[in-house]
Design a protein. Structure first.
Length: 385
């Protein structure tokens, strides 16, 4: 055999070997792909969450949609259930309080109703779950409640470490101190070596320690799980001071004095910033947006001059109000809310001023920073357009 023919034969054999290897590799790859395709289905049946980028092919879109709808947003769950489960306070007059008839009343309670009215068209479709301060984030993370509207302060640590998303602030507050009027105490340094009542598991407890430590004022903290046990301890004289948000102290001051208790004084010094508002669990932006815009509708309504008595009868030509009240045909902000969500929330519960005046004004707190931005306050919401 000539050298040329030998080389040709070797080349042909080499080409054939490459072809066989390619076929074998393709077969192995197909089998591996089949195994990978089946694996997520087994994981899904056990409740695992597959990454969203695992199914980019158009032919898989239907299957992916089914998976997402099964997980769903809390918004879908609330609509299907027909009620909002709201983590609340039931011991704080003016904000969240269960009266003798079993009805939950107050500023925060009404904002639970605002959410129900906006999403479900029924302000009464709320299941209130009273929670102590130490329980609230656990209840939110576990899904026991859909949201918290329970005098909860927005802080960096809570935003980052509690699996919580804080929404638009509904009440700007600050921590203060309450003492008996006849105690002679006019400032925090008058509480040196005194016992001070405070709720455990709260920013209030941390703020007290920080402020007193920075000022070099020794004190004895008496901690309680709830106001149900803290209030009688204070009234019985177990502690000389009671520290909490100024709004809470004003609420209890009014309640104690109306019941014939000691005259009380709230010291002028405010030692912290306490922005309070709704909180939802992390990871559900659709639910967060729906709650946020429901709440903000009450503030925007006040700015428009709309209240529970006139919003349903608005017949003007202001395009912003027509859009806000659901009268502009075809407008959909993509929030998953009914077109008339703002009308339902305000007509059934009230605008911000109405809610404030019903629950907060009676306990002696002026609007102050909780006024509209146009009146020198901090209430400012994005445009609904």
């Amino acid at each position: 055999m000539s050298t040329t023919k030998a080389w040709r034969l070797l080349a042909a054999l080499f080409a054939f070997a490459l072809l066989a290897a390619a076929c074998t590799s393709a077969t192995d790859d197909d089998e591996a792909a089949d195994e990978q395709t089946e694996a997520p289905a087994e994981d899904d049946s056990e409740g695992s969450d597959a990454p969203a980028d695992e199914a980019d092919d158009e032919e898989d879109d239907g299957e992916e949609d089914v998976t997402l709808s099964q997980g769903g947003s809390t918004l879908d769950v609330v609509k299907e259930r027909g009620s909002v489960v709201c983590g609340s306070n039931d011991t704080l007059p003016g904000f969240g309080f269960t009266d003798a008839d079993g009805e939950v009343t107050g500023f925060d309670a009404d904002y639970c109703r605002v959410v129900a009215a906006a999403i479900l068209g029924d302000a009464s479709a709320v299941e209130f779950v009273p929670l102590e301060a130490a329980q609230r984030f656990t209840a939110l993370q576990s899904g026991e409640v859909d949201l918290l509207i329970r005098n909860t302060t927005w802080t960096a640590t809570r935003d980052g470490a509690e699996g919580a998303t804080f929404l638009n602030t509904t009440f700007y507050d600050g921590q203060a101190m309450m003492v008996r009027a006849d105690s002679g105490i006019t400032a925090f340094d008058g509480l040196a070596d005194a016992a001070i009542c405070v709720l455990s598991g709260t920013t209030t407890e941390l703020n007290l320690a920080s402020h007193m430590g920075a000022q070099g004022i020794p004190f004895e903290p008496l901690t309680f799980d709830s106001n149900d046990t803290l209030r009688p301890a204070f009234e019985e004289g177990q502690c000389e001071g009671w520290t909490s948000d100024a709004s809470q102290l004003a609420s209890f001051k009014a309640s104690i004095e109306e019941a014939g208790g000691d005259e009380l004084t709230i010291l002028e010094t405010i030692i912290s910033k306490e922005p309070l508002g709704p909180v939802v669990a992390d990871g559900d932006s659709q639910w967060a947006q729906a709650v946020e815009w429901a709440v903000m509708a009450t503030i925007q309504a006040e700015e428009f001059g709309l209240d529970s008595g006139n919003i349903a009868s608005y017949s003007g030509e202001n395009p912003e109000i027509l859009r806000f009240t659901g009268q502009e045909d075809g407008f959909d902000a993509g929030l998953g809310l009914p077109s008339d969500f703002a009308l339902q929330a305000v007509s059934q519960v009230g605008n911000y001023a109405e809610i404030y005046e019903e629950h907060i004004t009676p306990i002696g707190l002026p609007r102050s920073v909780n006024s509209l931005w146009s009146e020198g306050g901090l209430l400012y919401v994005p445009p609904y357009r």
